[in-house]
Design a protein around this ligand. Structure first.
Ligand SMILES: CC(C)(COP(=O)(O)OP(=O)(O)OC[C@H]1O[C@@H](n2cnc3c(N)ncnc32)[C@H](O)[C@@H]1OP(=O)(O)O)[C@@H](O)C(=O)NCCC(=O)NCCS
Length: 164
């Protein structure tokens, strides 16, 4: 199976939306409960640019996953710290798609002068942590009762990978 990774375009948004909503339904990824619609994902996509792109993984003509780089903070001191998200379509998980997305995202981040990548994940998201640890991320720490999911406080783990 050959997985290709490229910068996403607006034509990819229906597939990205569907994969994004799977993450919400699975309740292991986001502090969100309601599925998103095209208007939401269109606005989300518009917040990206050349420095903070959205990537898609494709197998043949199918979009099977996406990842993005977004600002960790708007404070100048953190301008070279990039935060990432990665989502793989359910049927394609465990087949190397997440690794391909992160590998490409990391190369892009190095080429565009990022100093470090960070991400937030739920401590119980075993697959996410497995992927990140395999790609060289380390646990920074866990915020206790930090975000609200379904009206309940949940812990949130931060991970990091220095690039230079
Ligand atoms: C997390 C996710 C992106 C991983 O992507 P993936 O394509 O399934 O992962 P890969 O097949 O590239 O696996 C890479 C490594 O991750 C780890 N991994 C993957 N799935 C795992 C699982 N279910 N449990 C533990 N480790 C796992 C393994 O170390 C694996 O390496 P190996 O195959 O040599 O053992 C995917 O499961 C997903 O989209 N989950 C829902 C969304 C999500 O949780 N995103 C992260 C939010 S923080």
């Amino acid at each position: 199976m050959k997985v290709d990774v490229r910068i996403a375009t607006r034509e990819d948004l229906p597939a990205i939306l569907s994969i994004y909503n799977q993450g919400i339904e699975d309740r292991i990824t986001r502090l969100e409960q309601d599925p998103k619609d095209m208007a939401y994902i269109d606005t989300w996509f518009s917040q990206h640019n050349r420095r903070y792109p959205v990537f898609v993984a494709t197998v043949g003509s199918n979009v099977v996953g996406w990842a993005d780089l977004h600002p960790y903070s708007h404070r100048f001191a953190y301008a070279d710290v990039g935060e990432l998200s990665v989502y793989v379509e359910r049927a394609w998980r465990g087949k190397g798609v997440g690794q391909a997305l992160l590998r490409n995202l990391e190369i892009y981040a190095v080429e565009h002068g990022f100093h470090k990548l960070v991400l937030a994940t739920f401590p119980f998201n075993q697959a996410g942590q497995g992927l990140y640890r395999k790609m060289g991320f380390r646990e920074v720490g866990v915020f206790r009762r930090h975000g609200k999911l379904g009206g309940k406080w949940v812990d949130v783990m931060w991970m990091e990978k220095p690039l230079v």
